[in-house]
Design a protein around this ligand. Structure first.
Ligand code: ADP
Length: 164
């Protein structure tokens, strides 16, 4: 990997159209984008890591310069291991700012060679989050506006089926 690679880390539990908006825009700016699912043993998530990776791979299949990976531990260690220099994060409301600001500062302290870039949400995705999708899907609401069409059934089956 090189300076031309950016890493978009997150839980993606599950990937939403908001995430896809950021991924698609980042893929126009960088020759290579790595979407990296954080494995957090303290936070099991609603979807297994395997399912999250599968859904991301399906949703990004049409984007040639995007690949999907996973990591555990510290993001800065993953950045150093892979040699990537840029982290991309998305910002929705002001409420995102404080957490993102703190994380970027701490990461900068630990790894001054890694830069965090923020992309503002597109207005039509501003209200969208994985937790909103999970809530609506659990009660069998219509999530087709919120997740990529190719993963719609995966999300519904996991959240409303017997396998939850
Ligand atoms: P995390 O648990 O790390 O916040 P998420 O999967 O919730 O992981 O989000 C990953 C990144 O995508 C974060 O930077 C988050 O702010 C951003 N993001 C999530 N939803 C949207 C959206 N609708 N528009 C723009 N950015 C978003």
């Amino acid at each position: 990997m090189s300076h031309n690679v950016c890493v978009y880390p997150g839980s993606f539990d599950p990937v939403t159209k908001g995430h896809m908006d950021i991924i698609t825009r980042a893929a126009k700016l960088f020759p290579e984008v790595v979407v990296a699912v954080l494995i957090n043993p303290a936070k099991a998530g609603s979807f297994t890591v395997e399912k999250r990776l599968n859904m991301l791979r399906k949703a990004c299949a049409h984007l040639e310069n995007v690949r999907v990976d996973h990591f555990d531990g510290l993001l800065v260690d993953y950045m150093h291991k892979t040699g990537a220099k840029v982290v991309v994060r998305g910002l929705r409301a002001v409420s995102d700012f404080e957490n993102e600001f703190q994380m970027a500062q701490v990461n900068h302290q630990m790894a001054p060679d890694v830069e965090t870039l923020f992309m503002m949400t597109s207005p039509e995705c501003a209200y969208l989050s994985s937790s909103v999708v999970r809530e609506i899907a659990r009660f069998d609401g219509d999530i087709s506006d919120f997740v990529p069409p190719c993963i719609l059934e995966d999300v519904k089956n996991t959240l409303t089926g017997n396998n939850q």
